[in-house]
Ligand binder design. Structure first.
Ligand code: UDP
Length: 258
């Protein structure tokens, strides 16, 4: 059972539970409105995208579960999550794709003149991301960056460098697991007011990986598009029907699920 503890003042939305994890019933505008207040607290906050694959992994991986439970914001990054919330809590929540939220946060950062630190992706992709941000958002100061292919042994040193650069926002674009582990290292080193793990969003931002066509996004078939384009992802997608079955059991036969 997730402890829904007292919420900070900037979190003007409800939080619910989904299979032992928190999920915030939040709109894009609410998140963006909260950012300046959240950053001003100078405390460390992690924004986590929730999708069904992560929910299923968190059932078995205690460290991932703890990371999600400690997150300042857990937003629905996939239609499966908003469906599950509708089934289990009878509440409608919009999907907030992480890559779009990242672009929104760049706009807030430009307006508020925030300092940014970027970590992740291949060196050439990261360089293009920096150039694109500088061109599109001259109000942003990028105080440092590091590609995502460093040795685990260097993790603590890179985390310490980030904290000493005092960014307002840190975006971490590494694969699942690796990016969460990295955020924990930054938290241990002292943290950054807003830390967002963004998966493959740096690649999408600069066109290194093609975003699905709009009609695919509208039909919420991004998972299918990825499956066709990157069939190596198929094994992890076994989690999707398992997630759906679990939600249906919780909804229609909750006692059978214990
Ligand atoms: N990536 C990285 N370091 C790594 C592995 C991946 O920086 O050790 C980057 C990769 O270049 C890409 C992003 O992480 O920009 C997401 O990779 P992928 O889509 O494979 O991650 P996942 O599907 O596991 O979230």
């Amino acid at each position: 059972m997730v402890q829904i503890v007292e919420r900070p003042t900037w979190a003007r939305w409800e939080r619910r539970e989904l299979m032992g994890l928190p999920i915030d019933l939040v709109t894009r505008d609410q998140v963006l409105d909260a950012v300046p207040e959240l950053v001003a607290t100078k405390r460390s906050h992690h924004l986590v995208a929730l999708n069904p694959i992560k929910v299923m992994r968190a059932q078995d991986e205690s460290e991932l579960r703890a990371g999600i439970r400690d997150a300042a914001l857990v937003y629905p990054d996939a239609v499966g999550i908003s469906w599950a919330v509708r089934m289990l809590h009878r509440q409608k929540i919009p999907v907030l794709p992480g890559c779009e939220l990242m672009l929104d946060l760049f706009r807030v950062a430009a307006r508020e003149r925030y300092r940014l630190y970027l970590v992740g992706a291949k060196p050439e992709v990261l360089a293009s991301v920096e150039q694109k941000i500088a061109k599109e958002h001259p109000g942003i100061e990028i105080v440092g960056s590091h590609h995502g292919y460093f040795d685990d042994a260097d993790r603590e040193a890179i985390a310490a460098q980030i904290v000493s650069a005092k960014p307002h926002m840190l975006f971490v674009a590494m694969g699942a697991n690796r990016q969460e582990t990295f955020v924990r290292a930054v938290e241990k080193a002292g943290g950054v007011p807003l830390m967002m793990t963004v998966g493959g969003s740096f690649d999408a931002y600069v066109g290194a990986v093609k975003r699905p066509p709009r009609w695919i996004l509208k039909l919420h078939l991004e998972w299918f598009y990825r499956l066709v384009k990157q069939p190596f992802r198929a094994p992890r997608m076994i989690a999707l029907p398992k997630f759906a079955c679990r939600v249906l059991r919780l909804r229609y036969a909750p006692s059978a699920d214990r």
